[in-house]
Design a protein. Structure first.
Lengths: 605, 249
């Protein structure tokens, strides 16, 4: 059985982890960094992901996608308030947001798939084996569409998603494994773009989620934005320019705002330095300034905590431990607020950026059949229901019901000869249909019979991923009926199919792009080094030889702009051959110089 | 939708997928190797998980007698044990049929635990299980309660209409009136719950006497009817209390 990895697909950063006998480990990249910024850039030479894309953000913001998680499983209407903050263009097709970058259009699952592929590649390089299976985490408060979109992203990336697991519960697994905690724990998870609170009961290796609540649009991004708004106003005033009109500048401000926020978690004050073409902006910011700016946002996390406790039937004093997860919980303000609410000091021994990925790796190990003593019993975060007469939602499965779970509903006709019934599936806690999330619609086919005679039983099943499956059965004949569910904010199976195919095609292109980029980088390095060598060696070689080297160097300079990595490689080899003599001469000269300038005793030593 | 909920309760089987439903369901024979199933949930021969019986009710599933005061510790322990047997996490590497059975069994188990854990849901479920024997269970509230709630709802509506206009003495007076009414209703709810608790005890005592004399059967039916009535009235009161809480704070 091939190895299953655990992936934390975050709003701002993503990580991949695996588990071995020693426990779960996060996989670092070649630079030792475990976090891959969840950013995708389209360059003239192809797609780039992670840190290179972050650098690209300032150069070409309209072709760089960040925080795509906010758009997963959503329509344009859901995000209209935040659109102004994104430098790229969005539109909607079939209820799904589409992101325009360059002359291409991508759905959010496709962009997430690019990040997943980067993580997959990272894991494959590190583990030296093919990776095709994964557990991917999502915010606990993600609805069905958002979960399905995440699963689609996995498929498009060529990963079989064995389980969608909730981030706070993943974190609890990592903690439970570490210190064999027992009792009632609260996991407070404030990430880059989402907030979750989960209340769990840990007993004898069972991790039973009692209740969960949250806000899928509240995270570090929003905290940064508060500072960005103030900085932009300040810079615009002091420098007399409208910063907001320059997307590149806005991204420079945004990145510095994030850094200032991070520094203020450790320091009482810090200098914000922003280099813009109009001049350098410098201003001292204090932690107090920052806390005032974001106070209401942090306080917004407290109501979901109270709701979760109420749903779990608990009071704050019954909670044994409060654990902090997510990069944003590094803020001292968050610590204070959480401590005030729960009346006890929260803790976070495990790196809050890595703990979710570690937990996903533990869950992957459980699914792989290796870890047998742990079991996670999670819940569905939102009530599931159907539309009934008068635009009212009738709940079939209540929020915080342990999953998997199912509910049955009997449908019949009201008119003689009626041959179909339209069913509208919803998720949410409000009474009226319009205030809840539309998940999907489907039409139930019925035989033409007198009103009330047909009886079709529809089974709504939420699986262990928190994803809904609908089946139907004709009670009179006992036969199963096929149900074609049309998601309100999701890709259809056909669309996903096409995207998977495209993705394979991209994969081939991606490899090509990567090879070209690598060859080009090498060519650039050789050109610089050779030019330096030529300067140093002017008097050591014949003018004719130098001329020959220059000629071939120029050829390399031309070839490297092309898209054929083999041609570049061939030219590099040619340059190396031609400069062989020069290199030798220089080496001799260097040695001679070294010897001349030092006493014999120094050289021998 | 009383029809559906009845169907859900009375038809205890809960197939997750088509695959599970089309499998042979004979409890005594393994769906996979056709040998006789001797173990409780797993085939003794091929160790494949077996679909739970169609006739299984929640009490039987959790190995509990049909009582209304149950050992909650034991309930939890059984739930955890059975979860370790059925949860889809442990069938991730198995074939599709086993996955489907695990999913169906888990969904049933979870529903059962949720129902039995809550004393009110437990009682409602038990009444529906036993309802075959009880005729004319009334589900409408008695006229006096019905009228009282109707009137309260009207007052609440007036309050809702006034509220957006900002604070006023009329609004304040209404708020105080509604809060008083709420306290009164909460007291009634508590009384109902106390009397339910007594009925639960009576039921458990009756269940204790075996074999059943015909007189006890009669007594049980009366008790079931009484409990149903209190439960249904309590639901009306509780919904009203929640409405009041939401609107007037």
């Amino acid at each position: 059985m091939s190895r299953i990895v655990g992936i934390d697909l975050g709003t701002t950063n993503s990580l991949v982890a695996f588990m071995d006998q020693a426990g779960p480990h996060v996989i670092p990249g070649p630079d030792g960094q475990t976090k891959v910024p969840s950013i995708v850039g389209l360059t003239d030479n192809g797609l780039i992901v992670g840190d290179p894309a972050k650098a690209h953000l300032i150069r070409d913001p309209s072709r760089t996608i960040y925080s795509v998680k906010r758009f997963m499983g959503r329509g344009l209407d859901d995000v209209k308030d935040e659109l102004q903050y994104f430098p790229y263009h969005l539109h909607e097709k079939n209820g799904v947001i589409r992101i325009e970058i360059g002359d291409k259009t991508y759905s959010p699952p496709q962009v997430s798939a690019m990040i997943l592929k980067e993580l997959k590649r990272r894991a494959e390089e590190y583990l030296k084996e093919d990776i095709s299976k994964a557990v991917i985490t999502v915010p606990a408060y993600f609805n069905d569409s958002q979960r399905q979109a995440t699963k689609d992203a996995g498929l498009i990336a060529g990963l079989e998603v064995l389980r969608i697991i909730n981030e706070p519960t993943a974190a609890s697994l990592a903690y439970g494994l570490q210190n064999k905690t027992q009792g009632l724990i609260a996991i407070y998870d404030l990430g880059g773009g989402t907030f979750d609170i989960s209340i769990l009961k840990l007993k004898d290796g069972i991790f039973e989620v009692l209740a969960t609540n949250g806000d899928t649009h509240l995270g570090g991004d929003d905290l940064d934005q508060r500072l960005v708004d103030v900085l932009v106003d300040d810079i615009s005033q002091t420098q007399g320019v409208k910063v907001g009109e320059y997307p590149e500048w806005m991204q420079t401000v945004r990145l510095e705002a994030e850094r200032v926020k991070v520094r203020l978690s450790d320091e009482i004050q810090t200098m914000a330095v922003i280099e813009l073409p109009t001049g350098t902006y410098e201003k001292m910011w204090t932690r107090e300034n920052m806390e005032t700016l974001v106070m209401d946002l942090v306080e917004r996390t407290l109501a979901p905590c109270r709701y979760a406790l109420k749903d779990a039937g608990l009071t704050v004093s019954q909670i044994d431990e409060v654990i902090l997860v997510g990069g944003s919980t590094r803020m001292p303000l968050v610590w204070r607020k959480v401590e005030e609410l729960f009346g006890k000091k929260p803790h976070s021994e495990l790196n809050p950026d890595e703990v979710v990925a570690l937990g996903a790796a533990v869950q992957a190990d459980i699914l792989g059949g290796h870890t047998k003593d742990l079991l996670l019993l999670d819940v569905t975060p939102l009530s599931l229901g159907i539309e009934t007469m008068g635009g009212v939602m009738s709940a079939l499965i209540r929020r915080n019901t342990t999953i998997p779970t199912s509910a049955k509903e009997m449908f019949t006709t009201y008119v003689d000869g009626q041959t179909s019934v339209d069913i509208h599936i919803l998720q949410g806690e409000r009474e009226l249909v319009k205030d809840n999330r539309s998940l999907a619609r489907f039409q139930l086919k019925l035989p033409p019979l007198p009103a009330g005679v047909p009886r079709v039983e529809v089974n709504f099943l939420i699986d262990a991923n928190g994803i809904l499956h609908v089946t139907a059965r004709d009670i009179r004949t006992g036969e199963a009926q096929s149900v074609q569910v049309k998601p309100s904010h999701g890709l259809t199976d056909d669309e996903v199919e096409v995207m998977i195919r495209d993705s394979f095609q991209f994969a081939a292109e991606d490899i090509k792009v990567r090879q070209v980029i690598e060859a080009r980088n090498e060519a650039n390095a050789i050109i610089v080094a050779t030019e330096k060598a030529l300067v140093r060696g002017t008097n050591l070689i014949h003018g004719k030889e130098a001329e020959g080297i220059r000629r071939i160097l120029q050829q390399l300079g031309e070839v490297k702009e092309g898209d054929d990595h083999r041609l570049i490689r061939a030219k590099i080899a040619e340059v190396e051959k031609t400069t062989h003599h020069l290199a030798e001469v220089l080496m001799d000269a260097t040695l001679k110089e070294a010897l001349e300038n030092k006493k014999l005793s120094d050289v021998i030593k | 939708m009383p029809e559906a909920s009845e169907a859900e309760i009375m038809d205890h089987q809960h197939q997750g997928t088509t695959t599970a439903r089309e499998l042979p369901m004979a409890r005594s024979m393994c769906w996979h190797c056709q040998s006789e199933v001797t173990g409780e949930y797993l085939c003794g021969q091929c160790v494949k998980v077996q679909p739970l019986s169609k006739d299984l009710d929640y009490f039987a599933c959790f190995q509990l007698p049909r009582l209304l005061n149950i050992d909650e510790q034991q309930l939890e322990q059984t739930f955890y044990e059975l979860s370790r047997t059925f949860h889809p996490d442990f069938y991730s590497t198995k074939d599709e049929s086993e996955k489907a059975i695990s999913l169906g069994n888990s969904a049933f188990l979870n529903a059962g635990y949720r129902t039995l854990k809550d004393p009110i849901q437990r009682a409602e479920y038990l009444i529906r299980l036993e309802a075959g024997a009880v005729k004319d269970i009334r589900s409408n509230p008695p006229a006096d309660l019905f009228e009282e709630i109707l009137e309260l709802q009207e007052t609440l509506e007036t309050f809702r209409q006034l509220a957006p206009n900002g604070p006023s003495s009329d609004l304040e007076a209404l708020r105080i009136k509604l809060q008083d009414e709420r306290e009164h209703l909460e007291k009634r709810q508590a009384e109902m719950e106390a009397s339910l608790q007594n009925k639960f005890k009576e039921w458990d005592q009756l269940q204790g006497c075996a074999p059943l004399p015909s007189q006890a059967r009669e007594e049980k039916n009366t008790l079931l009817r009484d409990m149903q009535e209190i439960l249904s009235n309590r639901t009306y009161v509780r919904n009203m209390v929640n409405d009041l809480l939401e609107t007037t704070g």
